[in-house]
Ligand binder design. Structure first.
Ligand code: ZN
Length: 404
């Protein structure tokens, strides 16, 4: 079994080991007799780094634990380059490890704060590339509770409490009042203790003192199946996130030439103005359609049992020609054939209530002719025309059809 060096020293970044096993496959995997590489488990993600052997250096791109408890180091190396019994020097990416320690220890502090203040236990922990989350067994979490938990967690950080790792028997662990007992209980349990604040069974890598966590910043909350998900970031991530938030707000405020705190009322005002403008525009379009319809009808010669209004618009879209068709069919005795070559090009066919024609049949025929999609009722139908240059001739063809 591989000796897990990270169990007793989270700050060990360089180590010597011997290759125990080489597993060929899609990616070469190595098992070592001892390792400082942390495999993904307990919500914490794996370390990366390198292994040096015989003067060559190979990248360790992922570390995982298999069901039997073997720690697999996935290598960017051909299997033939490595042999069992070979001596290797390992180096883990220290910055990545430090980040993981900040997030994971921060999570313990935060989870304990939610218990202490609101008796909300953490049921799961996830460490992502950008941010981390815990799921709280709770029906709801208020903004006030978020602020209080964040404040308490940061207080624990600033008190610089020692974080200690120790190993106890399962029986002893049961008497200690752990925040969380793991489902899988081995003979010996590894406990992580934040002095006079939290005691928890955990296999992760942790800081030595809470001040090394750095700031703990709580972000959004959302309802999930098992409770409330709380997003958070710790340490350098918290700083980076706060910096990014500030840059985003500053850019937004710059658009209004205002202060960042004025962004919400400014956005609200813009949205209201946008809505009002849309309403005005709609009213104007109605008016234009009405006038346009009257003008088209006035110009029609009085012949036959019905008259065909046919027109292609180069500057009006489907919404408008549909509106115009509705206005036109309020006049008696009309078959309306309108087209728009504004992308995406479209046609609208309609008829007055006193005309017998079925415009959906015209539309079906038109769509078959141009390879478009459309449909509607006997009174009003619309369809898309893939090739805008076909709109005018299409209306001619349908007009000839309507007259026959
Ligand atoms: Zn943990």
């Amino acid at each position: 079994m591989t000796e897990r060096l990270y169990y007793t020293d989270s700050f060990l970044y360089d180590f010597e080991a011997e290759v125990a096993e080489v597993l060929p496959g899609e990616r070469t995997a190595l098992v070592l007799d001892r390792t400082a590489f942390y495999p993904t488990s307990g919500g914490q993600v794996f370390d990366t780094g390198s292994l040096r052997a015989n003067g060559s250096e190979f990248r360790v791109t992922e570390v995982a634990e298999d069901e039997s408890g073997k720690i697999l180091h996935y290598m960017e190396a051909p299997a033939a380059a490595l042999k069992a019994g070979q001596k290797v020097s390992g180096a883990i990416d220290a910055a990545r490890r430090r980040d993981h320690m900040q997030q994971h220890s921060g999570q313990h502090v935060l989870s304990a704060a939610f218990i202490e203040l609101f008796e909300m236990p953490t049921v799961s922990f996830h460490m992502g590339e950008e941010s981390c989350t815990i799921d709280l067994n709770a029906k709801a979490v208020s903004t006030d509770q978020i602020v209080k938990a964040e404040s308490r967690a940061n207080q624990i950080v600033s008190e610089n409490r020692p974080v200690r790792v120790r190993f106890v028997s399962v029986d002893e662990a049961r008497t200690l009042g752990l925040r969380k007992l793991p489902e899988l209980q081995k003979d010996e349990m590894r406990l992580v203790e934040i002095k006079d604040f939290d005691l928890c069974a955990c296999g992760g890598t942790h800081v030595a003192h809470t001040s090394q966590i750095g700031p703990i910043l709580l972000r959004k909350t959302e309802k999930v199946k098992q409770g409330i998900r709380v997003e958070f970031v710790c340490g350098d991530r918290a700083l980076r996130t706060a910096r990014k938030d500030y840059a985003t707000l500053t850019e937004s405020a710059g658009l209004f030439s205002g202060h960042i705190y004025d962004v919400p009322p400014q956005v609200r005002k813009l949205l209201e103005e946008g809505k009002a403008a849309q309403k005005r525009q709609h009213a104007l379009l109605e008016e234009i359609a009405e006038l346009c319809a009257a003008e088209l009808v006035a110009r029609m010669p009085e012949t036959g049992k019905f008259r065909v209004v046919q027109k292609v618009f180069a500057d009006r879209d489907l919404t408008f020609i549909k509106l115009l068709a509705q206005k036109l069919t309020r006049y008696p005795g009309l078959v309306v054939l309108l087209g728009s070559i504004v992308t995406p090009a479209a046609v609208v066919f309609a008829r007055s209530a006193d005309v017998e024609a079925d415009v959906s049949a015209f539309m079906k025929q038109a769509m078959a002719a141009v390879g478009g999609r459309g449909g509607g009722s006997k009174e009003l139908a619309q369809g898309g025309v893939p090739d805008a240059t076909r709109v005018a001739s299409l209306l001619d063809e349908i007009a000839a059809q309507a007259h026959s």
